[in-house]
Write a protein that binds this ligand. Structure first.
Ligand code: NOJ
Length: 973
């Protein structure tokens, strides 16, 4: 985190025009990290050895133990390098076909950290009792799947695990023989060993350095590691884990967020490598990050998807320590190499076979994002800092004066006295509860920052309580409190791995003190919380974080849990907010750091970006990648955190924000004020229009959130997710679909643009959302997609509706989303090239948990032309009916369409139905087989058009039908 200029000025003067640059020296490269160096050297040795490379790890066939029901098996694994060391393998198949492979050192000097999956997983997945493992000669294998076309083969010698579909290899573990679990040893471990030669026959007794062919000549950084001015004491010695994962038939891999890079990951090895270092997963406070880099950023999700036109598969490597991942390309596939500092091998193979299946498989493991509070989908106004209660009130007033909708006002760290979170700086915020209530009076919310570092001041009740409970992270000695430097100066960190801290954290967020414990009485039950700096960021620590030899609950070193640490903080904040009221309201928590499973606890943002066009563009890819990693509720700081974007950039950036699941403007303390009302015309009106567009589309966003919360499918869907068979779309990451709505957007991220090229995969008609200009389906069925040019001057957003979609909106401008609660709806019916359309809407009270008991409205819209033409007497029908899909463990509860929420909105109507692609003037429009309604036809071409032109549009006014009721509109020609 870059300190404010005021702090820098104490040391030296900044040049008049600030430059922003990634501080490469603050972070290690692979070559500067002992275990990564060892891992990469291992793969270099294997490459050099070619086919003569020996794989040391093998299964002892006599040790295979099938579970009584044959649904899983365990076995002993031996390493030819260290025959005296034992490893245990455990392989199981889940009900949904996911394969879990675990390997741990058994009976060793110490225990390896084996709890990463416990934190990531929602519940222990159920093992399939229908799938039976069979022990064969040299393998254990299982065949499964509806068509019995999936097979997992575990080979004994060398140990190798292969997942096949239809006889085609999908994923192979240890295909290249890089598997290596550095066992715990003592410094003088030089005992002779026995090793098998390549044929598995001759026995040779070797000394330690005879393992050099595999482990290298030196004990490189085994027992201590110095980097920059820090020394890592490494009390446990070497314990890293190396695993190669090959996708022999997939040339595109995605995921492993968070990196500022393309969605389809560039390679890091081989002659044409995109980067020279591996991708790194080590949660770090990297401000002003590079826009194309494998460097680790704030969050880590060790999940990688591999995709080709016939299949998507994935692997989830549940490890919480520093992890580097090399990606290389072969002629037909992709080779990856995962090198982790510590932990056990705990890998899940997700068999797909479609992207949608992989999302379901992954979120069945780590959970889906809960449905957020509805207000959280509105516009968030933030800055470091709104400096006083009156400042907050004035920003609210000025947005209102300009009729600019907003749902949340944020307070950064300067609200607190001396950066003691929860404690108000009463000089500037003399009346915090009144201020919050002034915001809430207009049905908006405040979001206030609470960081994980606590000022070491015994008069600070929060620190005092945590210290008294001995629930702070310990230094390497294992006793006392670790002390580091952060915003408040000398600080300590709550150890959220310690269950004692959980109850304490709950008590802090209560708005009334319970049992005399300190709690945040100067707050309300509606305040949302921003958890920042939770990598954790430590200004004077190695790589701006904690020393790896710090000690957490259970005696685990920080190195073991580093990437999980940030998630536990948001987990507990989320939990605390849940306990704040009875009945609970949906908590809102924003996190900077995250791990697999963090999606269960709120939203994320992409950290300290810079106000440049490149950062605007990369933010889109990062949010897309995060969605693939299960964490779809994300966004980037609109406007860029650092710098002073000019009005053109700001207008474009608001359009990016309006099409991000999380839409927040934020700015560094040294940047100029840039609230939307400060812009001159015409920019100010453009921002107002963009904000209103977001609000008009809230029904689309909320419906997409529902789907994500039920199925794990991300809200922003990249091209390959929607069209998995179209290889032309596999590398596209600058346009995306919003949920299942059929809306396709390509935000403009370059200066001076007047048009944008949009790629369309499918032979379907598309319409411009605003002008109804048509982009017809190709006349003949073609194998490939096409690129169309869409107008994109500054006041325009390239936004298309795919033919066949029905999009619900609310178009009355309001000041906040809550004020739209009873507003009528508009439906845009975009006819497909065969004259039909479908869509849906999901609504609930947006705040409580009634929806989990069936309190919601979930409707399906449809449209169909009777004979597919406009001839006399022909008919177009449009209808709304209750969504029949009900039940299912990973979907919405069974519900009663006449529930209390549905009844409460029974008076909310459809004020307009706009049918796009109507090629001739109707004669009559009637509702529910009876009364005729007002309509207007704006002439243009129909859905079957073959040339670009303006579509004919039928606008049906106030058909007097309700959003929560069944209806049918008949249009007769
Ligand atoms: C770092 C965060 O990334 C940034 O958004 C915030 O404004 C500062 N910390 C100050 O809290």
């Amino acid at each position: 985190m870059r300190p404010p200029v005021i702090l820098l000025l104490l040391g030296f003067l900044l040049p008049a025009s600030q430059t922003f640059a990634f501080k490469a020296n603050d972070f290690k490269t692979c070559a500067q990290s002992g275990f990564c160096r060892r891992g990469r050297a291992l793969s270099a040795r294997a490459l050099a050895a070619g086919s003569s490379w020996r794989f040391p790890y093998s299964i002892d066939p006599s040790s295979i133990l099938l579970a009584p029901d044959q649904a899983s098996f365990t076995a002993s694994v031996k390493s030819a390098l260290y025959p005296e060391v034992n490893f245990g393998l455990d392989v199981r198949l889940h009900d949904d076909g996911v394969v879990r492979v675990r390997m741990d050192e058994t009976g060793g000097l110490r225990k390896r950290y084996d709890e990463a999956a416990n934190w990531a997983l929602v519940a222990p997945p159920s093992i399939s009792r229908d799938i039976v493992w069979k022990v064969g000669k040299g393998t254990v294998h299982a065949v499964y799947g509806e068509k019995k076309n999936i097979e997992v083969v575990v080979e004994f010698d060398p140990l190798r695990v292969t997942l096949l579909r239809d006889g085609v290899e999908q994923v192979v573990l240890n295909d290249r023989g890089l598997l290596h679990m550095e066992h715990f040893r003592t410094k003088d471990d030089t005992k002779p060993v026995t090793i098998q030669d390549g044929e598995g026959e001759a026995q040779t007794t070797l000394q330690l350095n005879n393992r050099a062919w595999f482990e290298g000549e030196e004990q490189d950084a085994w027992w201590e590691e110095t980097w920059s001015s820090w020394t890592d004491s490494k009390p446990k010695g070497p314990e890293s884990l190396s695993l190669d994962v090959t996708f022999p038939n997939h040339r595109h891999v995605y995921g492993i967020p968070q990196h500022a890079t393309n969605l389809s990951l560039p390679t890091t090895t081989g002659p044409d490598a995109g980067y020279t270092d591996p991708y790194r997963l080590y949660n770090s406070d990297v401000f002003e990050y590079l826009v194309s880099s494998p460097v680790s950023l704030y969050g880590s999700v060790p999940l990688m998807h591999a995709h080709n036109a016939k299949s998507t598969v994935a692997i989830f490597n549940a490890v919480g320590s520093d992890t580097w991942i090399d990606v290389g390309r072969t002629e037909s596939g992709t080779e990856t190499h995962w090198i982790s500092e510590s932990g056990i091998l705990d890998v899940f193979l997700l068999p797909g076979p479609t992207p949608t299946d992989v999302f379901a498989q992954y979120t069945r493991l780590t959970g889906t994002a809960p449905l957020p509070a509805h207000w959280a989908l509105g516009y968030h106004q933030c800055r470091w800092n709104y400096v006083s209660s009156d400042d907050v009130r004035s920003v609210q007033r000025r947005l209102d004066d300009e009729n600019m909708p907003v749902d949340a006002f944020w307070l950064d760290i300067e609200y607190s006295e001396g950066h003691k979170y929860f404690i108000w700086d009463k000089k500037n915020f003399p009346d915090p509860v009144e201020m919050i209530k002034d915001v809430e009076a207009l049905e908006r919310r405040m979001v206030i920052i609470v960081d994980p570092h606590l000022k070491r001041d015994s008069s600070y009740p929060v620190y005092k309580a945590a210290s008294d409970l001995e629930s702070l992270v310990k230094p390497k000695s294992g006793s006392g409190e670790y002390e580091g430097w952060c915003w408040p100066g000398s600080s300590s960190w709550v150890d959220f791995f310690n269950p004692k801290s959980w109850d304490m954290w709950v008590s802090f967020f209560k708005t009334k003190s319970v049992d005399g414990r300190w709690s945040w009485t100067e707050s309300t039950e509606n305040v949302g919380i921003w958890n920042d700096m939770n990598e954790p960021s430590v200004f004077n620590g190695p790589e701006i974080s904690m020393p790896r030899d710090n000690v957490h609950y259970g005696g685990w070193e920080h190195r073991d849990v580093h990437n999980i640490n940030g998630m536990l903080f948001t987990n507990q904040t989320y939990n605390a907010l849940m306990h704040r009221s009875d009945p609970p309201k949906r908590p809102f928590v924003l996190t900077r750091s995250f791990y697999a499973g963090s999606q269960r606890f709120g939203a994320m943002w992409t950290g300290d970006n810079v106000g440049t066009w490149e950062h605007m563009a990369i933010g889109i890819k990062m949010v897309l990648a995060n969605g693939l990693g299960g964490f779809g509720f994300g966004g980037s700081d609109v406007g860029g955190f650092f710098g002073n974007p000019d009005p053109e950039m700001l207008v474009r950036w608001y359009a990016v924000g309006a099409f991000s699941p999380f839409f927040r403007a934020h700015a560094h303390i040294d940047s100029k004020r840039r609230e939307p009302y400060l812009l001159d015309e015409p920019y100010k009106s453009m921002l107002r229009d963009v904000l209103r567009l977001r609000y008009a589309m809230l029904p689309v966003w909320y419906t997409a959130f529902r789907e994500m919360s039920a199925t794990g499918i991300p809200i922003l869907r990249p091209q390959y997710v929607v069209f998995p068979e179209d290889s032309e779309g596999f590398a596209i990451d600058d346009q995306f679909y919003v949920g299942s709505s059929g809306l396709l957007v390509k935000p403009v991220t370059t200066r001076g643009a007047t048009s944008a090229s949009v790629y369309l995969s499918d032979p379907q008609i598309y319409y411009d959302y605003f002008t109804f200009h048509t982009y017809p389906a190709p006349a003949k069925k073609v194998a490939r997609g096409r690129t169309v040019t869409v107008p994109a001057a500054l006041h325009q957003i390239p936004l298309l509706i795919r033919g066949g979609s029905i999009v619900p909106t609310r178009e009355r401008p309001r000041r906040s989303s809550a004020l739209m609660r009873n507003d009528p709806f508009t439906l845009r019916v975009a006819l497909s090239s065969d004259g039909s359309a479908a869509g849906e809407i999901y609504l609930d009270d947006g705040e409580g948990y009634g929806y989990t008991n069936g309190e919601f409205v979930w409707r399906q819209f449809g449209a169909e032309t009777k004979k597919g033409g406009w001839g006399k007497g022909e008919e177009l029908k449009i209808w709304s009916k209750d969504w029949a899909r009900q039940g299912g463990s990973n979907d919405v509860v069974v519900y009663n369409p006449a529930n209390a929420f549905a009844n409460s909105v029974s008076g909310v109507r459809m004020e307009r139905v706009i049918v796009v692609g109507v090629g001739s003037r109707p004669t009559v429009v009637s509702v529910n087989g009876g009364s005729t309604v007002e309509w207007e036809w704006q002439g243009g071409i129909g859905y079957g058009a073959t040339t670009e032109s303006k579509a004919g549009v039928l606008v049906i006014r106030d058909p007097a039908v309700g959003i929560a009721s069944d209806w049918q509109i008949a249009v007769v020609f």
